[in-house]
Design a protein around this ligand. Structure first.
Ligand SMILES: [Zn+2]
Length: 433
């Protein structure tokens, strides 16, 4: 197996082991600890040192890892990469049990972010997230991660015979037509607290101790390398776990530098980032300031450090789709396995400008990886990302980049094996420079 293929397989394994944003952070945390990083608690007094490796988490679903530079932070600043831990899915509502026809048990859900709904139909799904239990006092409940890790439910389609127009396009109602079917039941079935009962069994705790949960659906089937020459990665949540994976690996595989290297994993990008652990919060800014203060610097030094910093905001991009070629801009047409795409927008839906673009291009050239440019068609409104949002909290230059994929926000997206390795190499180069 080539190193590129191995690296793509590592990504698929990472995604398979990370069925919710909480699991993403838990797995990254384990990897960091294995590599000598020390966890800092937000509530404690930090004593950090030059060349030290640290990380801090927020809400169990966001994380900031950093390697303190050897130089003076006020004149060297930070080199940051950002990505996000969340992906579009369905969230389980409170009291989710719904019995239909005295025979079917469905779970009530609401949509999280913007999934392509119909891709979730007719495939085995499972459930993962966080469960909150009674703690020592009311302000400190205990949290456990949970992954049911078995094919637990399906959202069944309607037969074509009952909707002859299904292939002309269908609008799914998200209160009724996307609820998963979890079991067939008998007349005596006690529907109340069915799910809590299952959670209690899985965690081996008492039902009475379970206070609440944040549970999400995920596709049970694992991702795969596909294509005649193994060129594609067919896997859920490439947006944005591919960048989480490449960024963390880039940080681990780079040397201690004069500048302080930072990898930040925000949560809630798919729902607008305006949460305490999202890119629109002061989370990152607070941590960067605390790094300066803990090194014995003052506020003026912190502002000086920001003026010497740079951010790569990494989130996936849209590659040219062979079945929908007309959807892409006529001149900037990134293809899968053509290298990471630098994303530009006149309306600043992306933060890239000619200076930040030039910086990332130079990094790619040094790392000997190809790069491409992405802009939306002038008559199409594209998405946005964490770059412009974190810029409003942190006024430092930044570039928006991402690997080109097809079927973004499908339960299974399609990316390139080469691209994943290319972007990782560009990150190592960036952190090492
Ligand atoms: Zn994304």
């Amino acid at each position: 197996m080539t190193r590129k293929l191995e690296f793509a397989q590592e990504l698929i394994d990472f995604i398979d082991n990370s069925p919710s944003a909480f699991h993403v952070v838990e797995n990254v945390k384990k990897e960091l600890i294995k590599n000598g990083f020390v966890e800092l608690e937000a509530s404690e007094n930090w004593k950090i040192e030059k060349s030290g490796k640290y990380f801090v988490t927020k809400n169990g679903s966001a994380l900031i890892a950093f390697v303190v530079g050897k130089g003076d932070i006020e004149s060297e600043g930070f080199k940051l990469i950002g990505a996000h831990t969340d992906s579009p899915t369905f969230k389980i509502k409170p009291n989710p049990e719904m019995v239909e026809e005295n025979a079917f048990l469905r779970l009530n859900t609401e949509v999280y972010g913007g999934p392509i709904l119909n891709t979730w139909l007719d495939r085995p799904l499972s459930l993962a997230g966080r469960v909150t239990l009674k703690g020592e006092d009311i302000f400190n409940p205990k949290s456990y991660l949970i992954d049911m890790d078995k094919p637990l439910m399906v959202i069944p389609n309607l037969a074509i015979h009952m909707n002859r127009k299904v292939n002309e396009g269908i609008k799914l109602n998200t209160q009724n037509e996307t609820l998963p079917l979890v079991s067939m039941i008998n007349k005596e079935f006690e529907k109340d607290d069915f799910l809590i009962g299952e959670i209690a069994k899985e965690l081996d705790v008492n039902v009475e101790d379970i206070l609440d949960f944040d549970l999400f659906l995920y596709e049970y089937e694992k991702g795969k390398i596909v294509g005649l020459n193994n060129e594609f990665i067919s896997c859920g949540k490439l947006d944005d776990l591919a960048m989480v994976h490449a960024g963390i690996k880039g940080l681990l595989d780079s040397k201690v530098n004069n500048k302080t290297n930072v990898m930040v994993l925000f949560d809630n990008e798919e729902v607008g980032s305006t949460t305490k652990q999202g890119a629109a919060s002061p989370m990152l800014r607070t941590i960067l300031e605390r790094i300066c203060l803990s090194l014995g610097k003052n506020r003026e030094d912190f502002y000086r450090s920001l003026s010497n910093s740079f951010l790569i905001s990494s989130d996936m991009a849209h590659g040219v789709h062979p079945n929908y070629k007309q959807k892409q801009d006529p001149t900037s047409r990134p293809v899968i396995n053509g290298g990471p795409a630098i994303k530009l927008s006149a309306n600043q839906a992306y933060t890239t400008d000619s200076i930040s673009s030039a910086i990332y291009e130079s990094i790619c050239k040094m790392a000997e990886v190809p790069f491409q440019k992405f802009v939306n068609r002038s008559d199409e409104r594209g998405g946005s990302t964490i770059g412009p949002i974190s810029s409003t909290q942190l006024d430092i230059p930044s570039v928006d980049i991402g690997n080109p994929i097809l079927s973004m926000h499908s339960v299974r997206e399609l990316g390139g094996v080469d691209d994943h390795y290319y972007v990782y190499k560009s990150f190592v180069q960036y952190y090492n420079y």
